[in-house]
Design a protein around this ligand. Structure first.
Ligand SMILES: NC(=O)c1ccc[n+]([C@@H]2O[C@H](COP(=O)([O-])OP(=O)(O)OC[C@H]3O[C@@H](n4cnc5c(N)ncnc54)[C@H](O)[C@@H]3O)[C@@H](O)[C@H]2O)c1
Length: 277
């Protein structure tokens, strides 16, 4: 049975990766979805696959006006907004703190936190009125880096830890009208990109050598997840029938990372930084 009939959602960064899997799954569950994308190419691919069930707005999540426009066009076209999924993100490719030249730190911080944190807050603020009206919900994409070090550098881990506070503060403040929850994926096969300010904007996570094997070795379930592996959790959190008593909940979709223990060991002959196993 379709879980999201007559449901309207807005997903940021929904052209590819985890956001795209959420859009595809929401549409297959009966929803109509607005998508804030960065590129014409993503917009075209969504329109081709989903036709009238999806509308796209091209913009930058760091812009208040783009977030307002994405919410407004979604509500105009589909009549309301039930679920907002702030999801667009960038990565620091685990760059070590000492390797970020001090004079570049401010710029790299502003770019990463601007997309990963400010972008989420702007989307949530822009969607507040229609979400209140529908008694809807927000589902943030967090990360295993919201709980542990080692899956990203200090900028990425700082951004994703900060979002735990965002989920909690907004869940508290926006109740009872709006539920606020999150999905925290672990390592996932996507083209998550880097920072223009660090000249890593043409790098992608799925091209990092050894990424799949490293994730498979690290998590008890023993494999690298696909974007689709997380999408059903967003459906559950979006559905009032399935989760109407859930708010401030962060679902960790990470292959059991938490119970692994002993994450860092130094092997004889390894570098002073130790070696992950
Ligand atoms: N891939 C992983 O291993 C992993 C693990 C945990 C969490 N995440 C999180 O999942 C979310 C989605 O990332 P993904 O892995 O699917 O990568 P992705 O690159 O496929 O998706 C990210 C999307 O965000 C968009 N984007 C980036 N900057 C933007 C901006 N300024 N304005 C508008 N859109 C912008 C990109 O165009 C892209 O479509 C991110 O928040 C990421 O931190 C990813």
């Amino acid at each position: 049975m379709a879980q999201l009939m007559d449901h309207v959602a807005l997903v940021t960064g929904g052209g590819k990766g985890i956001g795209r899997a959420v859009v595809d799954r929401f549409v297959s569950e009966g929803a109509r979805v607005g998508v804030l994308v960065r590129t014409l190419e993503d917009a075209a691919s969504l329109s081709q696959q989903h036709g009238e069930n999806v509308l796209t707005h091209i913009g930058d999540v760091r812009s208040w006006d783009d977030n307002v426009a994405a919410v407004a066009t979604t509500v105009q076209r589909f009549g309301k907004l039930d679920t907002l999924v702030p999801n667009a993100g960038v990565y620091d490719f685990s760059r070590k703190f000492a390797d970020i030249p001090g004079e570049h730190l401010s710029e790299q911080f502003d770019e990463l936190i601007g997309v990963n944190v400010k972008g989420y807050l702007l989307a949530a603020r822009a969607a507040l009125d229609p979400l209140r009206e529908s008694r809807g919900s927000i589902i943030f994409t967090l990360s295993s880096s919201s709980f542990y070090a080692g899956g990203g550098g200090v900028l990425y881990v700082t951004s994703k830890h900060g979002l735990v506070g965002t989920v909690r503060a907004l869940a508290y403040e926006l109740a009872p009208e709006i539920r606020v929850n999150a999905v925290a994926p672990g390592g996932t096969r996507t083209g998550l990109g880097g920072l223009a300010s660090a000249r890593s904007d043409n790098m992608t996570l799925n091209a990092v050598e050894g990424f799949e094997a490293m994730v498979a070795r690290t998590v008890p379930l023993g494999f690298l997840s696909e974007p689709e592996d997380h999408a059903g959790l967003y459906v559950t959190l979006a559905s009032r029938e399935l989760s109407r008593f859930l708010t401030a909940t962060i679902i960790q979709s990470d292959g059991g990372l938490e119970v692994r223990g002993g994450g860092r060991r130094v092997k004889p002959n390894s570098s002073e930084h130790g070696e992950r196993q």
